[in-house]
Design a binder for this molecule. Structure first.
Ligand SMILES: *Cc1c(COP(=O)(O)O)cnc(C)c1O
Length: 365
């Protein structure tokens, strides 16, 4: 029996996709072997890779002057790859809105001396406990910066923001870590110089990292940049400079097809809005629970909350687990609970969780 899996990542995948993988695992489309047992350079896998790119371009309406790369190393490797390509001899602005953008900032700070560049903190919401997006007037932006780095959905703190007009107004390319909400809603790719995302949150299995980069930003990486990290070299080789993560690309392609069948990103967004509203409504209605994020910046994907009686945490986790609502323990940085309700989480899962929240509060609140 499948449970409702609220894991933050690797995370729940559409059941339909998993069944198709199961069905095709031993004999992919009649070739008598699995797609993950054959050469990535053969016509079978190449066709799947190409199809994945076509579908992703269609879903996100990615213009031709952007390259789509299927890389490895996770979003974390992009914390390094971005400055290696864009920072040299210049300055970059970082907006820190939670744990992940802070990690990206720290990695850039670490590399800056090697790259002969400078890294500035353009804003931080740490003093609010990472419970909101930065106020536009609090942004200290350098109009000469090479790029501005943001994380548009903070997976741990549950803050989501795409109100980037103040940053866009400077004309400086925006680099966005969208690991935990890429494909959850339509976005305007043209607003960004570079978008990156580890697949294992809202897209597919672990092992694949998606990079969408405006082609003019791929030029002249730092001389020490490993070849597999170089955007232009990967773009010239269809992301196959070395062996790509074939399983993750295959499954992600099936997820893309699943999204298209559902009606694309506008359709999944409507569903995601409904799911998030139901969950936040339950949290807000019950005095036992508290979500600290300012309402307008609350993430649709990652919903953290605390129990006002901390002593009940263990009981809550035990009972929710027994009810088939799994992996609700919050990240150790923030404590409490967290439900990740990505694209593949059915609305029934959110409804079951909301009902459990009510029931638990009634019994212990
Ligand atoms: C999970 C996550 C990361 C790190 O991803 P890896 O693929 O493990 O390197 C970075 N940024 C965000 C927003 C994340 O959610």
């Amino acid at each position: 029996m499948r449970v409702f899996n609220f894991s933050a990542g690797p995370a729940t995948l559409p059941e339909e996709v998993l069944r198709q993988v199961q069905e095709e695992l031993l004999d992919w489309q009649g070739i008598g072997a699995s797609l993950i047992e054959i050469s990535h350079r053969g016509k079978e896998f190449s066709a799947v890779r190409d199809e994945a790119e076509v579908r992703l371009r269609r879903l996100l309406d990615i213009p031709d002057d952007y390259a789509v790369l299927f890389l490895q190393g996770g979003a974390t490797l992009q914390f390094s790859a971005v400055p290696m390509h864009l920072l040299q001899g210049g300055s970059a602005d970082y907006v820190v809105t939670g744990a992940w953008s802070q990690k990206a900032y720290r990695e850039a700070l670490r590399l800056a001396p090697v790259l002969g560049g400078r890294v500035r903190l353009a804003a931080s919401t740490e003093e609010s406990g990472f419970t909101r997006a930065p106020r536009p007037e609090a942004l200290d932006l350098d109009p000469k910066a090479r790029y501005v780095h943001v994380c548009t959905n903070e997976t741990i703190h549950g803050v989501e923001w795409l109100e980037l007009e103040a940053i866009a107004a400077t004309g400086v390319p925006i680099v966005a870590d969208m690991s935990s909400h890429l494909l959850s809603r339509p976005i305007d790719v043209r607003q960004f110089g570079l978008i990156y995302a580890g697949a294992q949150k809202n897209v597919g299995p672990a092992g694949l990292t998606i990079v969408i980069v405006r082609r003019d930003l791929m030029r002249d990486p730092w001389v020490g940049t490993p070849a597999v990290m170089q955007y232009a070299a990967q773009a010239e080789n269809q992301s196959m400079l070395n062996t790509p993560p074939t399983f993750a690309i295959w499954v992600s392609n099936l997820v893309f097809a699943w999204l298209e069948k559902l009606g694309g990103l506008a359709a999944i967004e409507a569903l995601n809005v409904r799911k998030a509203e139901k969950l936040y409504a339950a949290i807000d209605a019950l005095p036992l629970y508290h979500n600290a994020v300012e309402a307008r910046w609350r993430s649709r994907m990652n919903v953290p909350w605390r129990l006002k009686v901390e002593a009940l945490n263990e009981v809550f986790l035990r009972e929710s687990d027994a009810a088939g609502l799994k992996y609700l323990k919050g990240h150790k940085m923030v404590g409490g609970m967290r439900a990740s309700i990505y694209n593949a989480m059915p609305e029934a899962g959110v409804e079951a969780l909301a009902a459990f929240l009510h029931d638990f509060a009634q019994r212990y609140g």
